[in-house]
Design a binder for this molecule. Structure first.
Ligand code: ADP
Ligand code: MG
Length: 619
């Protein structure tokens, strides 16, 4: 038996490994299985080269728990190791890479963020085990070996009898805090998380068999963890729509149907495969994020792809597999990595190409999906200049009648109806059809079309489109300048005399208490509302931004608004004929009604309004 001391600089590296990796120590399983898969693929390669005689046999990797002995064993039928190889790969090389790792990251404060992306390799098993044994027999004609190490830098190595080619790694899990790794369900869920799509079959015991089935003489089926041949590794021409949908269900058993998908397949200048799905996006798109899974050669790496794909692409679902994304480095490095940038822009282009194709080939179906895609497309346009350029011809605007137009089409549609002073095309929109119902109705009464801009992102999107579409201006239906749009020949004179108008204005001004209201008289149509509240579009947007939490230079400015009094409404003349105090009461009532319709009447004022209304009803 050979004894030795692992070639190590620091006195005892294992306590450090344990402590450092504490939070993420479950990854040992991924590391050990990845090694077993590597070894198995190597033996298959050797067989292909004709350097191995006989049969390969069943190559399934076995994972077993022995609760009595407190061991977790991972067995493969792979390439195995000779004594010299154990010495070289385990005692020297593997260990120095573990040391490298610690050296590299000893100054990183939050070790956690990088651990999951770094293969510490074989030695990560010491995060959970207080003793590790390797039983291995090489495919070459050499004696089998047993290696053993108890977590100190000392190991033993001896020749043993072992019939079958391959390696068993036995972890002795003695510490209470690591007992979870002897639990069936814990290992099952870890295997499902990391190994679901590994290319070599992995068996974890047998499938559960009920007593009845046992009595009926049934035998348990092996519990195979993985789909060794996931859809993304196949050629698109071999896959049907059903295959893609099935794979989606495999990834997200609880999700609905995907809208459509993109199969990625790049081999130059980097390697990348994958399938990205467009989910049915709901308004609350925050919950939809972190659904893309990143793999490296079918080994699960992470589902937190924040730095790897742009934020708007993270709304998609699916799988990206690339051996070229450097996983063993910190995330901040990833952001500046050239390959990652290229991957980003490649995916972004693929996505816009796919959308364009859908739009061109089947506009009807594209429009049907628009509600789900729109958040994504808008988000993409806002955050990626190139994405905007590629998508501006299929980005859609939706009006209150649910008709959809491209930006260009909509300009053509509304232009003939407008005589705006500065030649700008004004697009009217509502951010809440219910709350702004009266305004939407008024706009429609004047034959204006109204767009729906009612998702969270639209606030920004409106500003953004204005900056992109040079001659376009957006105005919410309650903006104070909408009546400027009324064509000259429809504009009216006031039926009230100058003197009457002054009186009317003064009357309403009296009613302004501490509210920041400006009274404006306008000669509208007698069928328009007698009083309405409007807002300055610019100021309102600033306020909205502030409410959304964006830092604003507005400070805590009080909200201001205009009270528009329609001098042509029959009530205008009527109110002037009343005597005090009924005249004031009526003005107040109208004022409050306008506030009420904007949901601005609250507290004491609301109570006063209700009381006044009851009083008026009795008159
Ligand atoms: P890496 O996998 O990055 O090379 P590891 O520490 O995981 O680093 O493993 C070190 C080396 O030990 C491997 O490269 C391989 O040569 C050898 N090895 C580990 N596990 C096995 C195994 N199950 N079968 C054969 N060789 C193995
Ligand atoms: Mg490894």
């Amino acid at each position: 038996m050979q004894q030795g001391t692992i070639n190590v600089q620091s006195e005892n590296i294992f306590p450090i490994i344990k402590k450092f990796l504490y939070s993420d120590h479950e990854i040992f399983l991924r590391e050990l299985i990845a090694n077993a898969v590597d070894a198995t693929q190597k033996v298959k390669g050797i067989m292909r080269l004709g350097e191995l005689k006989g049969e390969l046999g069943d190559l399934t990797i076995q994972v077993k728990i022995d609760t009595d002995k407190k061991t977790l064993t991972i067995s493969d039928k792979g390439i195995g190791m000779t004594k010299d190889e154990v010495d070289k790969y385990i005692n020297q090389i593997a260990f120095s890479s573990a040391e490298d790792f610690l050296e590299k990251f000893k100054d990183v404060e939050d070790g956690k963020t990088i651990i999951g992306h770094f293969g510490l390799g074989f030695y990560s098993s010491f995060m959970v085990a207080n003793k590790v044994e390797i039983f291995t027999k090489s495919y070459q004609d050499a004696p089998a070996v047993k290696w053993e190490c108890d977590g100190s830098p000392n190991f033993t190595m001896q020749e043993i009898e072992k019939e079958e080619r391959g390696t068993d790694i036995v972890l002795h899990i003695g510490d209470k805090e690591n007992e979870e790794f002897l639990q069936q369900h814990r290992i099952q869920s870890l295997l499902t998380k990391y190994c679901k799509f590994l290319p070599i079959a992995i068996q974890f015991g047998d499938k559960y068999l009920s007593e009845e089935d046992k009595k009926a003489g049934k035998t348990a089926e092996p519990n195979i963890i993985n789909n060794t041949n996931p859809a993304w590794t196949k050629s698109p021409s071999d896959l049907t729509d059903e295959d893609y949908k099935n794979f989606y269900r495999e990834l997200y058993p609880l999700a609905g149907e995907p809208l459509f998908w993109i199969h990625l397949n790049v081999d130059y200048p980097f390697n990348l495969t994958g399938i990205l799905y467009f989910p049915e996006l709901k308004q609350s798109f925050e919950t939809q994020k972190d659904k893309i899974q990143l793999y490296s050669n079918q080994v699960f790496v992470t589902d937190n792809v924040e730095e790897i794909v742009p934020e708007y692409l993270a709304l998609l679902h699916g799988v990206i597999d690339s051996p070229d994304i450097p996983l063993n480095v910190s995330r901040s490095y990833l952001q500046s990595d050239g390959n990652v940038k290229k991957i980003n822009s490649h995916i972004s282009k693929k996505v816009s190409d796919k959308l364009k194709e859908l739009f061109k080939n089947d506009r009807k179906s594209f429009e049907e999906k628009w509600e789900s895609i729109s958040v994504f497309v808008k988000y993409g346009m806002l955050s990626d200049e190139k994405f905007y350029d590629r998508s501006k011809d299929f980005g859609l605007l939706v009006n209150t009648a649910d008709e959809k137009f491209t930006f260009e089409e909509y300009q053509e549609k509304v232009k003939p109806n407008q005589t705006s002073k500065d030649d700008k095309i004004v697009m009217l929109y509502t951010s809440d059809e219910e709350a702004q119902h009266a305004y939407v109705k008024a706009a429609k009464d004047h034959a204006y079309d109204v767009l729906k801009m009612d998702t969270i992102i639209d606030n920004h999107f409106v500003n953004f489109l204005e900056s992109k579409l040079e001659n376009v201006e957006f105005k919410r239906v309650d903006a104070d300048t909408i009546d400027n749009l009324i064509p000259k020949d429809e504009q009216r004179e006031s039926v009230l005399s100058e003197e009457q108008q002054d009186k009317l204005k003064a009357l309403f001004e009296e009613q302004v208490t501490n509210k920041q209201a400006i009274i404006e008289l306008k000669p509208l149509s007698p069928t328009d509302a007698p009083v309405t509240i409007t807002r300055n579009e610019f100021m309102r947007r600033m306020m909205d931004m502030q409410k959304l939490g964006g830092n604003s230079f507005m400070g805590n400015m009080p909200e201001t608004f205009n009270l528009v009094v329609n001098t042509n409404h029959p009530l205008a003349e009527k109110i002037l004929k009343k005597k005090a105090p009924n005249r004031q009461k009526m003005a107040k009532q109208l004022f409050d009604l306008a506030l009420l319709s904007q949901n601005m009447l609250k507290g004491e004022s609301l109570t006063a309004f209700v009381e006044r209304s009851i009083e008026l009803a009795g008159e």
